[in-house]
Design a protein around this ligand. Structure first.
Ligand code: ZN
Length: 363
């Protein structure tokens, strides 16, 4: 460890008073305190500047015990306070993506880990099915976050009613195919992005035609229904062990944050379906049926962007390999825009599930 180089992360703030070191992790909105009986602790920690080795630091602070310092460094790495500088960031990372680098430093213990994570994002192939309000925002956010290979699926054209919710469509795009318009507009901002366009409906035969290697598939298609499109995608993904996300949606004043599924590690779509079916059956017991079949559900841009943003965050964690940081596994989340409440309904992976259970079809 003496030859290693560490850096105090730039988002960390420190206060030292009465032998208590108060550590604020601004990015993560976390704080912890530790007892440290060493008056020069702040100067010592700020000397981890990404250039000095541990040995250099020990030469300056001769009155500290080496083993105590090694223990402190190990502890602060685990707590996301220090990062090991085992290689330099490429210049392009710092000039173009320094905020993203800063964000990923919270998920990584070394600079080489940050570089590897961002490279994984840029080389992954993500399929987005359905370019409605949620799908377009997810596509744009992923590309702005460094994704360079994306497959866009939609057989629909831009309508006037899309413009109030979807950022990449303009009035002159009306009647053009959504995949063409979105591809063109995304490439005008990021010309090095490779976009594979599929103008086709999501039917049960879809993946026999488009069975490329995908690192993640996100379902944002709701025709004929979200349940139906999700099942088609989930079957293909479970069979091929591909992580998938149900992209979310909105219903009255609720935004539904769709679940993230890592095949055979988290609750699958069938685990959710069976679990929610039981709840719905119980809730609807004795309830009169609605007389209006085709209700027009309201929605506007803020609702779709909430669902899209939360799905994108999990998508980035998946394609960068940070599975332990995923937020939307084993849970169905509803965000009530009017009340500002978040309701998280937990759904456990079911060992008896007909898809992912011990004797399941996709085990
Ligand atoms: Zn299951």
């Amino acid at each position: 460890m003496v030859d290693d180089i560490y850096r105090l992360k730039s988002s960390i703030a420190l206060v030292y008073d009465d032998n208590i070191l108060d550590v604020f992790l601004s990015n993560l909105r976390e704080q912890f305190k530790i007892r440290v009986e060493y008056e020069e602790i702040l100067d010592l920690l700020f000397s981890f500047d990404g250039e000095k080795t541990v040995n250099d630091v020990l030469k300056v602070y001769r009155n500290i015990d080496g083993d105590d310092l090694f223990d402190l460094i190990s502890f602060l790495i685990k707590k996301n306070v220090l990062i090991k500088v085992d290689c330099e960031y490429p210049e392009s990372f710092l000039s173009e993506q320094y905020r993203l680098v800063n964000f990923f430093e919270d998920y990584c213990s070394s600079t080489s880990d940050v570089i590897a994570s961002l490279k994984l994002i840029s080389t992954s192939n993500v399929m987005i099915v359905g370019l409605g309000a949620v799908g377009t925002w997810i596509s744009e956010s992923l590309i702005r976050s460094g994704l360079k290979n994306i497959t866009l699926v939609d057989d629909d054209t831009v309508e006037f009613s899309n413009l109030h919710r979807q950022g990449m469509f303009f009035e002159e795009d009306i009647d053009k195919f959504k995949v063409d318009v979105l591809s063109e507009n995304l490439c005008s901002v990021f010309p090095d992005v490779k976009i594979n366009k599929i103008k086709d409906k999501l039917t049960s035969e879809f993946f026999s035609k488009y069975n490329d290697t995908y690192d993640l598939i996100i379902n944002c298609a709701d025709k004929p229904s979200v349940d139906e499109t999700t099942r088609i995608i989930a079957k293909f993904c479970m069979k091929n062990k591909i992580p998938h996300i149900v992209g979310g949606g909105y219903n009255l004043h609720l935004t539904l944050i769709g679940q993230t599924v890592i095949p055979n590690r988290t609750a699958c779509v069938m685990c959710f379906e069976k679990h929610l079916q039981k709840i719905n059956d119980a809730d609807l017991n004795g309830v009169k049926k609605l007389t209006r079949k085709n209700r027009r559900i309201g929605s506007f841009s803020p609702l779709s962007t909430i669902a899209a943003s939360l799905a994108t965050i999990d998508a980035l964690k998946i394609v960068s390999g940070k599975y332990d940081r995923i937020s939307n596994c084993n849970a169905r989340i509803e965000f009530n825009v009017r009340e500002r409440d978040i309701d998280k309904h937990l759904v456990e992976k079911n060992d008896d599930c007909e898809w992912c259970g011990n004797n399941g079809l996709y085990k």
